[in-house]
Design a protein around this ligand. Structure first.
Ligand SMILES: [Zn+2]
Ligand SMILES: [Zn+2]
Length: 309
């Protein structure tokens, strides 16, 4: 077999392109990935020369991959980048994540902002820990990006993520959330413009790229890893085996044909939280509401003593 791009023989990397599996040599594989991201940036006008870009970094493979690529493209697009890491405080996993992010930023000479949220990541009343974690990360990523003058906040949503969120949103009837899956969302009312430059890159390609470049990522799993989510991703990979071009066709048509048909009801104007001033659709934002909530899971039950008469 020959590399589809340079026709040479070599060590083979497999990148699944369009409907068929197309073979690339390592160098052409990297060029192919760069070309895809470059195309995404231009097609969706994700950023323009002179912009400062905030890159959300978790220490995992997807965001580390995104940073590596953007660092290669930053001179060409005449932009400056800095990393933002939200420290979760979940034991050794969080320490390792922080270390991986620090190491990569140091190697690439990228400035890094580390945020330690004022709120503990745990269960609050009926709200599960993973939901709190997501809300807290979104809140601080936006706040820190805006405060540091970022024109755009970049997030590492992958092809597989996009399929999974679309399915969830359809099942829950959340059409407004599907609109928000568009690769670029303009900023408004205190929300920084957001973009997903790797929205059409499959996770196996990301894994190959990360291994090829020896990028240091966190090895351990989050202690509260969502098993259901992992299984859902496996189910999507299974669909890929049953339907030719499942993920790529799915996401391409979601972005190009379905989202443009949806009403943009989720883009109603936002208020400022009366406590912290961050954008919110309520009077008090979720993070401020959580700060005010007591963790009921660890509260001892009140025992009433019988009063003897
Ligand atoms: Zn080649
Ligand atoms: Zn608030």
């Amino acid at each position: 077999m020959y590399c589809v791009r340079c026709k040479s023989k070599g060590v083979w990397a497999l990148a699944t392109v369009k409907s068929d599996n197309v073979w690339f040599c390592d160098d052409c594989f990297v060029e192919h990935i760069l070309k895809k991201v470059r195309h995404n940036v231009r097609k969706y006008q994700m950023f323009k020369p002179g912009d400062v870009l905030a890159v959300g970094l978790s220490g995992g493979k997807d965001s580390s991959f995104m940073l590596h690529i953007l660092n290669k493209l930053k001179d060409e697009f005449e932009v400056n980048i800095f990393g933002v890491h939200i420290y979760q405080g979940l034991g050794s996993y969080s320490e390792e994540s922080l270390e991986a992010v620090r190491k990569q930023c140091k190697e690439l000479n990228v400035n890094l902002t580390i945020v330690k949220p004022e709120i503990e990541i745990k269960r609050y009343g009926q709200r599960e820990r993973c939901s709190v974690c997501g809300a807290v990360r979104r809140y601080y990523l936006n706040k820190v990006s805006r405060e540091n003058g970022a024109a755009v906040l970049l997030t590492g949503h992958t092809l597989d993520d996009e399929v999974m969120y679309f399915l969830k949103n359809i099942i829950n009837g959340e059409l407004g959330y599907i609109s928000k899956q568009y690769p670029v969302l303009e900023g408004y009312d205190g929300m920084v413009k957001r973009a997903r430059p790797i929205f059409n890159i499959a996770e196996e390609d990301i894994r190959y790229y990360v291994n090829l470049h020896n990028i240091n990522i966190v090895n351990s799993e989050c202690p509260y890893v969502d098993r259901l989510r992992s299984n859902q991703k496996l189910a999507i990979l299974n669909m890929e085996k049953q339907f030719k071009n499942f993920r790529r066709g799915f996401v391409k048509n979601m972005v190009e044909k379905i989202i443009p048909l949806l009403p943009k009801q989720e883009f109603n104007s936002l208020k400022q939280c009366i406590k912290c001033g961050e954008p919110t659709s309520n009077d008090v934002c979720l993070v401020c509401r959580l700060k005010g909530l007591k963790d009921r899971t660890h509260e001892p039950k009140m025992k009433r003593k019988k009063i003897k008469r």
